[in-house]
Write a protein that binds this ligand. Sequence first.
Ligand code: CTP
Length: 435
Amino acid sequence: MVKVITYGTYDLLHYGHIRLLERARELGDYLIVGVTADDFDRIRGKINVQQSLEDRVAAIQATGIPDKIIIEEYEGQKIDDIRKYGIDIFAVGSDWTGYFDYLNEYCKVVYLPRTEGVSSSAIRADRSALKLGMVGYAPYLKKFYNESVYVNAIDIAGLCVPSPDVLPELEKEIEYYTIDYENLLNRVDAVYIHSHPSLHYSQIKSALLHCRHVLCESPLALSRAECEELFNLAEKKNLVLMEANRTAYITAYARMLLLIKGGKIGRVVSVDATCTSLTSLSNCTKMWGALEAWGPTTMLPVFQILGTNYLETKCFTLKDNSTGDDYFTKIDFFYPNAAATIKVGTGVKSEGELVVSGTEGYIYVPAPWWKTDYFEIRYENPANNKRYFYQLEGEGIRYELVAFANATRDGNPDYYISREISMKFAEIMERNPDI
Ligand code: CTP
């Protein structure tokens, strides 16, 4: 029996895929199809895949062509599979010609002519992209724009900043610029907000009233009641209101949370998160204080690991006499059987690390932990230590954008950050008005 194997993502299964599978099947007597796992695609930079692994597998199964379907999860797996299943022929489309020649050592490699004129990328591009407007802090919007070009479900269609200092580099790329937020809202399907936190509530509300989806930097509002009102409004209008806290969308961070929930370090007794920078953001008229700039980022792991039902908090803060803004703040959260500390600074430098301590071991995420690709689980016996690495493309912003685009299409915007956590961020801001 001649065994054939082929691999692919098979997103939005199309005629080109089916033709390839049929021809691969004809090369032998038994066909195995390897479908790439979501994670593996993300790690190798293919972030725009629109269907889940389950849906992609179901679509291939429904063709009735493969004898067996397997999941491709890691680099180097092809060699493992070829040996494990006793494969005679490795087949793949001609767009890969030469790339898999190294497999000739293990079996015969066949490149089948690719079907012209169809691809998953083209089908994805044809599905109309979400027209996104950007408003707020100009330098960050440049960074945001640069990452958005990797997300084909998003098209940056307009920009609203108080001064055109952002324009020289972006004016060629973004067709529409205004200083009037209303004008921006009239031209787009959704907005990304990176304004001073004191503007978030009114800008989000106005966008929702214009029936626009919203992706807004944390905190969404400066009081719990306002935050709740915004979520209720979004729900009533069937719109997505999502928190742009990019750490939440990064694979390494998400894996770390799963390992903790799975008991890898025993019961968690403390979470310590630090984020500092020596420069502060400014929108020309107002500076971001340390808690405004970094608070939600540091509180994210605290609330996602320990929950939001702490018993009390204690806060220490240092303020700049001239601006009245905090340049260093430390908050301790006390839970019935655990404690957490966040340290944030915009005029103080410290090690930006995250440590999660448990009864059996601890997790160490080195600086800058909020855009991490790496962490370690450390135990009493160092021989048991484990290191985890997940490729991070860019700074995580593109993953957040993919999640936002998916949420506007398929719903479930709370998948990454729950509403309760968003409301808790707002509540902490409200409880510390002097910070
Ligand atoms: N394929 C093909 N003809 C096409 C498209 C894909 O023969 N028009 C083959 C590829 O060469 C590969 C398999 O189908 O062997 C799975 O390809 P995949 O990368 O999943 O599909 P694409 O449509 O190429 O996806 P993308 O546009 O995201 O790269």
